[in-house]
Design a binder for this molecule. Structure first.
Ligand SMILES: *[C@@H]1O[C@H](CO)[C@@H](O)[C@H](O)[C@H]1NC(C)=O
Ligand SMILES: *[C@@H]1O[C@H](CO)[C@@H](O)[C@H](O)[C@H]1NC(C)=O
Ligand SMILES: *[C@@H]1O[C@H](CO)[C@@H](O)[C@H](O)[C@H]1NC(C)=O
Ligand SMILES: *[C@@H]1O[C@H](CO)[C@@H](O)[C@H](O)[C@H]1NC(C)=O
Ligand SMILES: *[C@@H]1O[C@H](CO)[C@@H](O)[C@H](O)[C@H]1NC(C)=O
Ligand SMILES: *[C@@H]1O[C@H](CO)[C@@H](O)[C@H](O)[C@H]1NC(C)=O
Ligand SMILES: *[C@@H]1O[C@H](CO)[C@@H](O)[C@H](O)[C@H]1NC(C)=O
Ligand SMILES: *[C@@H]1O[C@H](CO)[C@@H](O)[C@H](O)[C@H]1NC(C)=O
Ligand SMILES: *[C@@H]1O[C@H](CO)[C@@H](O)[C@H](O)[C@H]1NC(C)=O
Ligand SMILES: *[C@@H]1O[C@H](CO)[C@@H](O)[C@H](O)[C@H]1NC(C)=O
Ligand SMILES: *[C@@H]1O[C@H](CO)[C@@H](O)[C@H](O)[C@H]1NC(C)=O
Length: 688
């Protein structure tokens, strides 16, 4: 009834509402948002260009709609457009006269469409854009031939994105007209060959070839290039032309995740600062090829391409000196290679080297004195090698005044220079985990002045983070950490570690403490008021150390202990500050999991391993705490139920046995029959 009354009123309002909406609000453009001269009509279901936007808009964003064809003249109303976004539509083609009259368009985004269908007509449309500078054609299933057709005559393009297409092979024809090209993204195609494709793009500065199938880059001579990314290919060779005298502008070269066997043959003059070579099989061969016959021989590599034009590259492959100009390098990333030594003078050639990442290689010794690292060295990571010894004299250590991060973990170190770390003025973070380096007792280090099996850490004022995991530490001397202002101390994986009062000097500054797998029992954490993160996993703890409750912990690892519960009060206190907690691997009691609900209810707490935290019920059946469907416990005092059942059953049995005796005593001749009866009644009472 009231609906009937409302309808005329609504109808009355309709004309008023119509006249209030602005003239350009066409049904199609109802999702458009106008900001200055920009119209944003993205994320709608538009199937064509909205027709009633203001004529003078300069930018139109139509991304994430359902436009299939861009029709001739559909944009002619907007002659001032300089930016047009059509990414993520269903575009199959742009009709050839689409851009007639759009003389000002500079930036066109056609990413993630289906332009492989109508590429020829689209190509004709694009030719009209004489000012186009930025073009995104990524993810359109375009192959080599289509790209040639699309890019013909686009002489003004500066930024081109062709990533995520189906390009296989590039040659002189591919980018013939793109004389102004500065940046080209060709990642994630299926390219296996490039032959002369960049001869007509003399201004190209940034080239991304990542995630393709290129087997080699030889004859590299693009001296104007600043950034080259050829990571994630199948490169076995990188060889630049050695006969050019120009200084290459190359600043960043990424050849990581390839199959390089040799250090890249870099240009003989360059400004290269960042060189990424991780995840290859690079090593040097001169020592390997110590054999006199190899020493003087030069090896020749022949490269063929599809046109069977062979290129001879002659290089003395075994010559360690032949790696080109590395004098400007600031960052060298050689993680996960096969390097077993640095060639003579190699490190010295990099006077500005600030970061050297050598983790996971095969280095077996490191002599800081003979290598002569630059005084700019800031980060040195030689973790996970085979180092048994590090040597350095006092003068060398004093010259490494900028060394801040030093990672020596996962080696076989037994000896290090006595003052290795105390002589490094800026040292902040040292990781010597998983070696055999002990902590010195007072006076111990002085016995051997050069190298020692122990390290004295006390009074290294700049040190903040110290990692001593898995070092077979047994007793930490009381004075071990005096004079330190550590924020981070890792002592995990030292089973049987005896700490005594040794970490008390750190109580004011320590923010992270790792004591996982140390067999620690109770420990008084109450002085460590700055502690934010604590790892006490794998320690057989049966209850939570109560001193934790006075701290403001954010991260707590309690995995793999013997906790059966966390008293609700304690869980409530922890929940006030905790952000991250690890609790799996404890034999929790399913009937006492109030703590779980407390932590779960606290929105700020994340139980990282929530879904795998388990508990045991009365019958020792394991359940997931997060899904306690069929847990056998009735109330909080769950266990007592067992006793009631046992009492009841044994009471019944007792009564039956007494009864049997009474009956038997009265009528001894009935023995076999009565036994049967008793048996029956016992069965009955059992099932009750
Ligand atoms: C396109 O370039 C070709 C040569 O590459 C030339 O012959 C042709 O006239 C150009 N077309 C237009 C429309 O500029
Ligand atoms: C090229 O397009 C891809 C996918 O659309 C995008 O991830 C990438 O960042 C773009 N490249 C540049 C240089 O903008
Ligand atoms: C090279 O490209 C890959 C893939 O896009 C990217 O992950 C990497 O960071 C790039 N390298 C550099 C040095 O920018
Ligand atoms: C490079 O310089 C050397 C000597 O200065 C000269 O012999 C050689 O021809 C030059 N190479 C080129 C490609 O200009
Ligand atoms: C290698 O070259 C050096 C000098 O260039 C020469 O003295 C030596 O005899 C050569 N060795 C062999 C095995 O040819
Ligand atoms: C490459 O060098 C080898 C050995 O010097 C020679 O036999 C071969 O003909 C050369 N190939 C070409 C294409 O120059
Ligand atoms: C080393 O860095 C300094 C300062 O950034 C710079 O002036 C110098 O040219 C660099 N040396 C080399 C060989 O690149
Ligand atoms: C380290 O190199 C220096 C200088 O080359 C040398 O004097 C010293 O004996 C070397 N140390 C070791 C342990 O090889
Ligand atoms: C020390 O290393 C940092 C980080 O790489 C750098 O910014 C700083 O300039 C370096 N200082 C010296 C004296 O080399
Ligand atoms: C040291 O290197 C190891 C192995 O590469 C790594 O797991 C560890 O996180 C590094 N330590 C620091 C403090 O970065
Ligand atoms: C805590 O220490 C143990 C033992 O070293 C380790 O396995 C675990 O990953 C550490 N926990 C966290 C959160 O890093």
């Amino acid at each position: 009834m009231p609906v009937h009354g409302l309808l005329p009123i609504l109808l009355c309002f309709l004309p008023v509402w119509r006249s209030l909406t602005p003239a350009w609000s066409h049904p199609h453009s109802s999702q458009c948002q106008l900001v200055l001269r920009m119209a944003i009509c993205s994320n709608g279901e538009l199937s064509s260009v909205p027709a009633r936007l203001p004529d003078n808009i300069e930018e139109l964003q139509l991304n994430y709609n359902a436009i299939q064809t861009l029709k001739d003249a559909s944009l002619s109303r907007y002659p001032s457009l300089n930016t047009l976004g059509l990414a993520c539509n269903k575009l199959e083609k742009l009709e050839s006269k689409t851009f007639e009259g759009l003389k000002l368009l500079e930036s066109l985004n056609l990413a993630s469409n289906n332009l492989y269908i109508g590429y020829q007509e689209t190509g004709l449309a694009l030719k009209k854009l004489s000012r186009l500078r930025v073009l995104d054609l990524s993810e359109n299933k375009l192959d080599d031939e289509m790209v040639v057709a699309l890019l013909q005559n686009l002489t003004s393009i500066e930024y081109l994105n062709l990533s995520g297409n189906l390009l296989q092979r590039l040659d002189e024809a591919s980018f013939r007209d793109l004389h102004q090209l500065r940046e080209l993204d060709l990642q994630r195609n299926i390219m296996f060959e490039i032959d002369g494709a960049f001869d007509s793009t003399p201004r190209l500065q940034r080239l991304n070839l990542a995630f393709n199938y290129l087997p080699c880059l030889t004859n590299f001579h693009m001296s104007q290039l600043v950034v080259l990314n050829a990571s994630h290919n199948n490169l076995e060779w990188f060889i630049s032309r050695q006969d050019l005298n120009d200084t290459f502008q190359l600043d960043t070269l990424d050849l990581s995740n390839n199959n390089l066997l040799f250090f890249p043959f870099l240009p003989s003059r360059s400004r290269l600062r960042y060189l990424y070579l991780s995840h290859n099989a690079i090593r040097f061969y001169e020592r390997f090829a110590d054999d006199a016959t190899l020493q003087n021989s030069s090896a020749t590599v022949e490269f063929y391409n599809l046109k069977t034009q062979a290129a001879n590259v002659t290089a003395r492959l075994w010559d360690d000196g032949l790696h080109g100009d590395i004098s400007s390098l600031e960052m060298l990333d050689l993680r996960e290679n096969q390097m077993d030594y640095f060639p003579d003078g190699f490190i010295q050639k990099m006077p500005n080297l600030s970061r050297l990442r050598m983790c996971t290689n095969c280095l077996d010794s490191l002599n800081l004195t003979s290598e002569q690292f630059s005084s700019s060295l800031y980060e040195l990571d030689v973790s996970n090698n085979r180092l048994s010894q590090v040597s350095a004299d006092e003068g060398t250590l004093a010259s490494l005044g900028n060394l801040t991060y030093f990672n020596l973990s996962l080696n076989d170190l037994e000896k290090v220079p006595v003052r290795l770390f105390s002589s490094l003025r800026s040292i902040r973070s040292v990781d010597v985990s998983y070696n055999n380096i002990d902590l010195c007792f007072p006076g111990e280090a002085e016995i051997d002045t050069h190298s020692s099996t122990c390290v004295e850490w006390s009074n290294i004022g700049s040190l903040r983070q110290l990692y001593l995991k898995g070092s077979n530490l047994k007793t930490v001397p009381t004075s071990a950490f005096t004079g330190l202002s550590l924020t981070h101390l890792e002592l995990s994986d030292n089973p049987g570690l005896i700490l005594q009062e040794s970490i008390e000097p750190l109580s004011r500054t320590l923010q992270h403490l790792g004591l996982g797998n140390t067999h620690m029992q109770d420990f008084d954490f109450s002085h460590f008021q700055s502690l934010k993160s604590l790892n006490i996993s794998k320690n057989s703890l049966e209850r939570l150390p109560s001193s934790l409750l006075n701290l403001n912990l954010r991260v707590l690892d309690l995995r793999d202990n013997r906790l059966s519960t966390i008293p609700s009060g304690q869980a409530g206190v922890l929940a006030l500050s905790l952000q991250t907690v690890f609790l799996s691997g404890n034999p929790f009691n399913c009937c006492q999991i109030e703590w779980f609900r407390t932590l779960e209810a606290a929105e700020t707490v994340t139980m990282v391993d929530r879904s795998v935290i388990e508990c045991e019920d009365l019958f020792l059946i394991t359940h997931r705490v997060a899904h306690p469907q069929s847990v056998q416990c009735i109330d909080e005092r769950g266990e007592s139920i067992v006793w009631y059942i046992l009492l009841f059953v044994s009471g019944c049995l007792f009564a039956v046995v007494i009864l049997a005796f009474v009956v038997l005593a009265a009528r001894p001749q009935m023995l076999p029959k009565s036994i049967k009866k008793n048996y029956l009644s016992i069965r009955l009472s059992d099932t009750l």
